[in-house]
Design a protein around this ligand. Structure first.
Ligand SMILES: *Cc1c(COP(=O)(O)O)cnc(C)c1O
Length: 378
């Protein structure tokens, strides 16, 4: 179904057509094309790091990052529970075991206190976690300073899943650059879209070079195919890089627009009792990839599901917040540290249309539906 107000549709109004035509004319659509290093270098410039390798999805980037962290069968890996399945699935690909940690209610991201509880419990059981996966949901920076302090205290490396947070930062330092490794996604509906794509960054050049090598089937520099290691076919292709480059050139514009959309929702419905927003902690800057609200049904008289249906009938696409992984049937046997926070976020939350194409009038129409639901209750 095509929505009049899609949740997060990309806009191609920059050099996307020109660059993709150039990619086709160059005859190089695969992994040797010239747009790939250009995309890597522009992303690196925006993140203020030179250590970037462009890959073919956020999920493959997470998988490769975990391979590089040395995660193997039987290891335990701590992961934020409140996230998309791709943050944790690669732990299973490697035969390792996730340990889920609950969120805190202001950023919706991993609670540093619960993270430390989980680490202490696992160490007491003789299973020191091999890594920590922290996510910046909907673009909102997690409490990275606190989390990195815990990481240093217990000597456990951090993988930052910044798939949703291209353009987000804390005190000017880009999300994805705090951890030992960071990953991004350029999938269809992310803030920068390459059709499909991902990237891996690391604070260590050797790791990035190793990622580059493993992402192209671990080919040795010889006139024939020789392999000393098992590699992956994970490199970004040139056509995606061409589109991704054109999109990346406009990153600041997209971030500004999505922040304006969030600000407008706050202005229009922020004062309604029972409706609350995700909040930036001190120093944090969210790209507000998706604008989300929580609805306290006991106050508003309507649930997130009723609003979802009302908005759908009016051409507006919404989505519930991520269902916590510890509540997913596929992960039912997995250890979880925390309480009710992420479950409640899932129960009450809804992502509102956040496409950069939305106008003020569009947002007023969407908000009109919310006001109508309120009027039905009172
Ligand atoms: C989108 C997303 C991913 C996966 O990225 P793909 O490019 O779709 O593979 C991973 N983690 C989070 C939090 C995401 O939102």
């Amino acid at each position: 179904m095509a929505y009049q107000y899609p949740l997060s549709a990309p806009i191609f109004e920059g050099n996307e057509m020109i660059y993709s035509q150039q990619a086709i004319q160059s005859g190089q659509l695969a992994t040797a094309g010239e747009f790939i290093p250009q995309f890597e270098s522009l992303l690196g410039k925006k993140l203020k790091t030179h250590q970037v390798v462009a890959l073919n999805s956020g999920t493959s980037s997470i998988h490769l990052a975990m391979v590089l962290m040395g995660i193997t069968a039987g290891d335990e890996v701590i992961c934020q529970s409140f996230t998309f399945c791709a943050s944790a699935n690669p732990i299973i690909y490697l035969g390792a075991k996730p340990v889920f940690v609950d969120s805190e209610s202001d950023t919706y991201n991993m609670s540093p206190e619960l993270l430390e509880d989980a680490i202490l419990d696992r160490i007491a059981h003789g299973k020191k976690p091999k890594a920590i996966v922290v996510v910046h949901l909907f673009g909102m920076p997690a409490k990275m300073r606190e989390i990195m302090e815990i990481s240093r205290k217990y000597q456990i490396p951090v993988l930052e899943d910044a798939a949703e947070a291209v353009g987000s930062h804390i005190d000017g330092k880009a999300c994805g650059t705090f951890g030992d490794l960071g990953v991004f996604s350029f999938n269809g509906n992310k803030i920068v879209s390459a059709g499909g794509g991902g990237a891996l960054i690391a604070n260590d050049t050797a790791i990035v070079e190793k990622a580059r090598y493993l992402s192209t089937q671990a080919r040795e520099d010889l006139p024939y195919y020789q392999h000393l290691e098992i590699g992956y076919n994970y490199k970004m292709n040139n056509l995606s890089a061409a589109i991704g480059l054109a999109q990346m050139e406009q990153l600041e514009k997209w971030v500004e627009k999505r922040r304006l959309i969030n600000e407008t929702y706050r202005k229009l419905i922020g004062a309604i009792p029972g409706i609350t927003f995700q909040n930036e902690p001190e120093g944090a800057f969210s790209n507000y990839w998706l604008s989300t609200i929580l609805i306290d049904e006991t106050v508003t008289g309507f649930s997130n599901d009723r609003l979802r249906i009302a908005l759908m009938k009016n051409g507006a696409e919404t989505r519930f917040l991520w269902k916590p992984l510890h509540l997913q049937p596929v992960y039912r046997e997995i250890k979880f540290f925390g309480g009710d926070t992420s479950r409640k976020l899932f129960k009450k939350g809804i992502c509102l249309p956040s496409s950069a194409s939305l106008t003020l009038e569009d947002q007023e129409k969407i908000v009109g539906v919310i006001i109508q639901e309120l009027a039905k209750t009172f």
